[in-house]
Design a protein around this ligand. Structure first.
Ligand SMILES: Cc1ncc(COP(=O)(O)O)c(C=O)c1O
Length: 389
């Protein structure tokens, strides 16, 4: 069978209020990077995550850049003009993730060192992280992602960082709404970022946020994001600035989406559970999470094909079957240590085989759109089962 209308991996789901708040920005002429939508969204997101301050930014990538820049200045001080804040410094980074998690390290002339994933949550392995500190004891910064909406082993990673006197940049771009030991992701790092990209659990079509409990940090990021103007009657600049502020129109979309966060998570969870039940008896597993300590937001459902079966049924075969039926799947994020751009960077694993490369070779992301009907999902499950027949 072939769907007439494509079933997406994860597409925006609008509810109506988004238009009302965008319209409000228009009719009050706050078509700018200031306005009520931004103020409201910053207040509501800070409250939801349980942090004191949220700064609305253009993208998750800009939030990560300013978070990483602030981390560098906090650790190493202000660089000379023309130098990055991480000049010549190594930074430990999640390996299996989207490149935006850690490209900021390169923006600031630092050198990412990639830490392998563990198999329980597919996130940074705390044992590999400890090993990395043994190898590079001078490192003071860790960039940690929660992949596909699944919280990492946060306590273990924090303990390793505390032992080695290192700070954390937390990339919660994919995990907004997910929690660990009752606390929301996006508030665990020393510097935190989320994303409202079009494919995320809630969206502004684009957008991101820097989250913190530290007022000075929030003020600094807000200032940097608006070209670092000093409080003077003329344009006075004491440091480099960026045009990274969130638009009040985009903030209107996010504002309209916030009340639907829990509904989206419930839909994504139902999709995950339906796949899990539907694949019973097949030599596959769903993307795992720590059911004792964490509640994922189930942003993307993924599957891992057992070693015994992958020679006969590859991720490519399943992705081709999905394409054939007009549904969108995707390979797992290709680990950063396998990327041409980062080929010369160090990679630290605690496993006998490279875990990230293994998950990449045997895994795939399934159509996880929350507008997919149960009937459509059943057809997708049936097509995947056929691949194993
Ligand atoms: C893990 C991760 N980090 C960072 C980003 C960057 O966010 P944005 O697209 O809002 O710049 C994304 C998604 O796009 C992501 O999935």
């Amino acid at each position: 069978m072939r769907f007439e209308k494509k079933v997406w991996l994860a597409s925006p789901t609008m509810h109506g209020d988004e238009l009302k708040y965008m319209q409000e920005a228009y009719s009050t002429n706050w078509m700018s990077t200031v306005g009520k939508n931004i103020d409201e969204v910053e207040r509501q997101i800070a409250e939801k995550v349980g942090v004191k301050y949220a700064v609305g930014l253009a993208t998750g990538t800009s939030a990560l850049h300013l978070a990483t820049r602030l981390a560098g200045i906090t650790l190493y001080g202000m660089p000379l003009a023309g130098h990055g804040v991480l000049e010549g410094k190594k930074v430990f980074c999640s390996d299996m993730t989207f490149a935006a998690t850690l490209n900021s390290v390169a923006y600031e002339n630092g050198e990412a060192v990639f830490i392998d994933s563990e198999r329980d949550t597919w996130n940074m392995d705390p044992v590999a992280l400890e090993r990395a500190f043994e190898k590079f004891p001078e490192v003071r910064l860790v960039v940690l992602v929660h992949l596909y909406g699944t919280p990492a082993k946060i306590d273990e990673i924090r303990a390793v960082c505390t032992k080695h006197n290192a700070l954390i940049v937390e990339d919660a771009a994919e995990s907004f709404g997910a929690s660990y030991k009752g606390k929301q992701t996006g508030g665990f790092g020393d510097f935190n970022a989320i994303s409202f990209n079009g494919n995320k659990i809630i969206t502004g079509s684009s957008g991101g946020m820097f989250l913190t409990d530290n007022k000075e940090h929030a003020d600094r990021v807000r200032k940097w994001s608006t070209q670092s103007r000093e409080p003077a009657p003329w344009y006075e600049h004491a440091e480099i600035g960026y045009n990274y502020r969130m638009s009040n129109v985009i903030a209107g979309v996010v504002r309209g989406q916030i009340p639907y966060l829990e509904e989206h998570i419930a839909q994504k969870k139902a999709i995950y559970e339906r796949y899990k039940a539907g694949f019973a008896g097949l030599p596959v597993q769903m993307n795992p999470y720590d059911a004792v300590n964490s509640v994922p937001n189930y942003w993307l459902s993924c599957m891992l094909i057992d070693e015994s079966a992958v020679k006969h049924v590859s991720p490519e075969k399943i992705l081709a079957a999905l394409t054939e039926m007009n549904a969108e799947g995707r390979p797992i994020w290709k680990p950063m240590h396998m990327q041409p751009m980062y080929r010369n960077h160090a990679f630290v694993t605690a496993a006998e085989t490279d875990v990230g490369a293994d998950i990449f070779a045997r895994g795939l992301c399934l159509p996880s759109d929350n507008k997919m009907t149960p009937e459509q999902q059943d057809a997708i499950i049936a097509a995947i089962r056929d691949c194993f027949a």
